[in-house]
Design a protein around this ligand. Structure first.
Ligand code: AHR
Length: 504
């Protein structure tokens, strides 16, 4: 099977925003407790944070992390997580039916983010709470000393404002499961008032309103239209979420799902344009795709905890999906979609980062290790910076439930002019045939292959585990070459590739 691609130096989509490779950490399961925070662990730093985990997060070059939820945030009192630890209350978390000790709050998360080299993106509770708590929280985090909230922060050990730029106005407010769920009109009105108030405090904040929890929601995409009608002038981004699953054990259907993601982004990009035109606005709201990942492996084992059968455990093993090789291919396709839609998607957060549907896993008191999906995320984050290229792709394809003629080749290209590199991320979706790739490199004279990494496996269900953490890992590829301004490579069946060219 053959696929031909044209990459032209002058045909760019957009400069990729580094926030496209963000992540998410929620007070859920073991994401925080025994995930990033484990004071008794041998690698713990002075703040009780696991240094082995910080190293892996640094390896991923995660630019921004959303916190503290998620569904958790919709009944969260941020005040519970500040001040002397001994005085912090234990609360019942209604979203995940667990106990929250509040040993970690915004101060500890700030210390962790700094150590991990990531910016903070904080979510505000607009479920059980409202405008007043929102403004108090933002003032506590960002306000100057000399006023009540700034002085309280100073009393708690931090004199300088945290200077958090990104604020999510609630979480999945369209979802009936959400504490304080609202209609689009109710939420839109509230979010607009909160946004106006926060802007009165600081005009430079980047504010994110809730879009749909997924594109199967009944209210989608009317939800986005209504919310944007209310908030367009006061906010910067609209948030979308989507999770992927292969419940039917049908790999071809599973790997076609990023076509659904692409359509979702396209529909909301058009909705933004529609509202913008109605408002006669020059401003461009963009998309913050702040929850995405594969999520289904752990569903059955989670039911007992979520149903309350196990009481209110602290930091149980919730949503601990163990990812297989097939999921790594899926994550490669998802990231390619974000690169291709980087004209409108400016922020995206893999959900989540540690232990909970995550690329990084930890054992309490033991090691931290990389799941299969760590690698495509790593390659995109490390090398997918620069300008996304508008590739012309000719590949055989197949019809799926979500789209017709899904190409067997899923590919994205990124040109880093300053770094003088051109990088391709490619997935061969075909389960039986090698794909002969031929890329016409227009305007990229004297390119040469500097790195070629491949992920393949005879077993789509192969996983990494604590005991065998390297079963699925990239290997150096061979055979990719550039000759006469053409890149050729052979992509084995069901494989992921990262091919990096050095430019003259
Ligand atoms: O990431 C897990 C959960 O998925 C989040 O708490 C929620 O926002 C979404 O439904």
């Amino acid at each position: 099977m053959r696929a031909s691609v044209t990459a032209n130096r002058d045909y760019g989509i957009a400069k990729i925003d580094s926030r496209l490779y963000g992540a998410f950490l929620e007070h859920l399961g073991r994401a925080i407790y025994t995930g990033i925070y484990e004071p008794d662990h041998k690698s713990a730093d002075a703040n009780g944070m696991r240094k082995d985990v910080i190293e892996l997060v640094r390896e991923l070059k995660v630019p921004i992390v959303r916190y503290p939820g998620g569904n958790f945030v919709s009944a969260y009192n941020w005040e519970d997580g500040v001040g002397p630890r001994k005085a912090r209350p234990t609360r019942l978390d209604l979203a995940w039916h667990t106990s929250e000790s509040n040993a970690v709050g915004v101060h500890e998360f700030a210390q962790w983010s700094e150590a991990a080299g990531a910016e903070m993106m904080l979510a505000i509770n607009l479920g059980s709470r409202g405008l007043d708590e929102a403004r108090n929280f933002v003032e506590y985090v960002n306000g100057p000393t000399g006023s009540a909230w700034g002085d309280l922060r100073k009393k708690h050990g931090r004199s300088e404002p945290f200077a958090v730029r990104h604020w999510c106005l609630g979480n999945e407010m369209d979802g009936p499961w959400q504490v304080g769920h609202k209609t689009a009109d109710e939420y839109g009105r509230l979010a607009n008032e909160v946004a106006k108030t926060l802007r009165a405090f600081d005009r430079s904040l980047e504010l994110i309103v809730c879009g749909s929890s997924n594109s199967d929601m009944k209210s989608y995409p009317e939800w986005e239209r209504i919310v944007l009608e209310h908030t367009y002038d006061a906010i910067d981004h609209i948030s979308l979420h989507m999770y992927f699953a292969n419940r039917g054990k049908n790999t071809a259907e599973y790997l076609a799902l990023n076509a659904k993601l692409d359509a979702y982004i396209g529909a909301i990009a058009s909705t933004i344009e529609f509202v913008r035109a109605r408002k006669r606005s020059r401003k461009r709201v963009t998309i913050s795709f702040d929850e995405w990942n594969v999520w289904y492996h752990s569903n059955v084992q989670d039911r007992e905890i979520l149903g309350g059968a196990k009481g209110w455990p602290h930091a149980p093993r919730l949503l601990e999906d163990i990812y297989n090789f097939e999921d790594a291919l899926q994550v490669g396709c998802i990231l390619n979609t974000f690169i291709r839609r980087s004209d409108v998607v400016k922020i995206a957060c893999i959900a989540q980062l540690v232990n909970v549907i995550a690329p990084i896993m930890t054992e309490p008191g033991g090691a931290a290790w990389r799941q299969t999906i760590f690698y495509p995320y790593y390659f995109a984050s490390a090398y997918g910076r620069g300008e996304a290229l508008q590739l012309s792709v000719k590949s055989p394809g197949y019809d799926s439930e979500v789209a017709d003629n899904v190409p067997y080749l899923d590919i994205a290209g990124v040109h880093d002019e300053a770094g003088k590199t051109l990088t391709f991320f490619a997935v061969n979706r075909h389960g039986g045939e090698t794909l002969d790739l031929d890329v016409d490199l227009q305007g990229f004279a004297a390119a040469r292959v500097m790195d070629h990494q491949v992920m393949t496996s005879a077993d789509l269900e192969a996983v990494n585990t604590l005991k065998k953490p390297m079963t699925v890992a990239p290997k150096a590829g061979s055979g990719a070459e550039v000759k006469d301004e053409r890149l050729t490579a052979r992509l084995p069946r069901h494989s992921y590739q990262m091919i990096r060219l050095a430019l003259a």
